[in-house]
Design a protein around this ligand. Structure first.
Ligand code: HEM
Length: 458
């Protein structure tokens, strides 16, 4: 069992405690890697092995360096249960993510704590309730059909770019009620690529030619774009997410401001599209590698007897569910959550000062041999009735996080992935060239570095 204890409580919304500095963490074992950049070079292709070796070498609480900051890796399902559920209001997402997301995703939901967070999460809730989710497949299915129609013809685009393009078109429709053409999606895609690159930029200079500058410029372009959509969505009866958000009211029955809606809408699209693209890339890799598995999923899809399944019919695709689970276990699209301690505390007996950044790679729990048989093997049946390895601990498997910040788009993401895969399986046989081997590139989000898929119409 882990143990996390804290000093006397303090008001959670206080100003962030100052970072304690490197010296204050020297009593904790660890490896800081290179000066300034820390272990970053190993993240690109070896994040999974790095995480497993680090835990094996140093234990569950480990000093590390992420560019610009010395903090702690924390591992272990019990520790995560306490940090994510955060009953003592000790672990701030706001201060944890401020330096990476704060400048580009102003006031985003993930950057809120406690009351502020509850207030803003309410803005999104009706867009993700079951009655809203039921509306989305009918909006996305024709777009998927349209896009997949020519996937067996060479396009000159990578599969990653094709998936991104498809998901942005679906998102434009379901999130904002827009029938996006290629120009719209290209522009949205550029804006979001700029934002992601700016988020990862080591040099945060707002000067022409720098990634950070391009990110800020794209942020302004997106603000303008969403601001232009809001007035009409406030008065219509649209079933897209933005319309739901425009009609939502706060505790006093007041609508949310345009600025608030825009801030959350930009973050929503960011949180949604690269994560689900990552999932689909990894899923396609494994299905192309294993034609027997592919054929069995195709059998379940054929049994639905429709190209355009409704929300409840998607439950019939249990094999696809297990494959999605297994991809999210091995390659979680958001592999490291971040929190900052609001007060002095102790984790597994180590004193941890207020203001310490905690890096929480779910990768360890999701491959911890304590819970998973042959943990590095792709084995979707481990999620099937009879085995259900994920049920041994609430934080053995948590690709969508946990506690107050648990992914609000979890069901939407699965639904979108299933709608895409269902139609693809019905239309195309998916293969890879014989002997193809691919490494996973973990940064910015995990996906095969190369994926030369071939699609043969059925
Ligand atoms: C496979 C796809 C996805 C994965 C793996 C994923 C993963 C996550 C994780 C791990 C968190 C919590 C981060 C933390 O606690 O530090 C999160 C939060 C969030 N996700 Fe997702 N996500 C996915 C798709 C989506 C989609 C499709 C949407 C929207 C439609 C979305 C919207 C959000 C939002 C708004 C938050 C912040 C929630 C809060 O702070 O209350 N995500 N996601």
């Amino acid at each position: 069992m882990s143990s996390i204890t804290s000093a006397a409580s303090a008001t959670p919304q206080q100003a962030p405690p100052a970072h304690p500095g490197r010296a204050a963490l020297q009593h904790i074992p660890g490896d800081e890697g290179w000066p300034l950049i820390g272990l970053l070079p190993r993240y690109f292709y070896h994040l999974d092995t790095l995480v497993m070796h680090t835990q094996r070498r140093f234990g569950n609480v480990v000093r590390t360096r992420i560019p610009g900051n010395v903090g702690l890796f924390v591992f272990g399902a019990d520790n995560y249960q306490r940090i994510f559920l955060d009953r003592e209001q000790l672990f701030s997402a706001r201060h944890g993510y401020q330096s990476s997301l704060g400048h580009l995703f102003t006031e985003a939901l993930l950057l809120q704590d406690y009351e502020d967070h509850r207030f803003r999460r309410r803005l999104m809730q009706s867009a993700f309730k079951t009655h809203s989710l039921r509306q989305y497949p009918a909006q996305m299915n024709p777009i998927i059909a349209d896009e997949l129609a020519d996937w067996s013809r060479p396009s000159g685009m990578t599969i990653h770019a094709r998936l991104k393009n498809l998901l942005l078109k679906i998102s434009a429709r379901t999130f904002f009620g827009i029938a996006a053409d290629n120009t719209d999606t290209l522009q949205l895609s550029r804006n979001f690529t700029d934002l992601v690159e700016a988020m990862l930029a080591l040099l945060r200079w707002d000067l022409p030619g720098f990634r950070y500058h391009r990110g800020l410029r794209s942020r302004r372009a997106l603000e303008q774009y969403f601001n232009g959509l809001i007035p009409q969505r406030r008065h219509g009866d649209g079933q897209d997410m933005l319309s739901h958000m425009c009609r939502e009211t706060d505790d006093r029955g007041e609508p949310f401001s345009d600025e608030e809606i825009t801030n959350q809408a930009i973050f929503l699209l960011f949180a949604a599209h690269d994560t689900t693209t990552s999932l689909l890339n990894n899923l396609l890799l494994h299905l192309a590698r294993d034609e027997t598995l592919q054929e069995s999923l195709r059998g379940q899809s054929r049994a639905l007897n429709t190209d355009y399944p409704a929300f409840d019919e998607l439950d019939g695709l249990s094999g696809l569910d297990h494959c999605i689970d297994e991809c999210l276990r091995l390659y979680p699209p958001a592999p490291i959550s971040v929190r900052s301690t609001l007060r002095d505390c102790a984790i597994e007996g180590y004193p941890v000062p207020a203001g310490t950044t905690l890096y929480l790679p779910m990768l360890f729990n999701q491959r911890d041999p304590q819970f998973w048989r042959q943990p590095h093997r792709f084995d979707p049946d481990r999620f099937a009735p009879g085995r259900e390895e994920h049920k041994q601990h609430p934080f053995a498997y948590h690709p969508f996080g946990g506690g107050a910040h648990k992914c609000i788009g979890m069901h939407f993401a699965r639904m979108m992935a299933k709608c895409v895969m269902h139609q693809l399986l019905l239309r195309q046989r998916i293969t890879l060239p014989a002997g193809h081997r691919s490494r996973i590139l973990w940064i910015p989000l995990p996906r095969p570095a190369k994926l030369p898929l071939r699609f043969a119409p059925l």
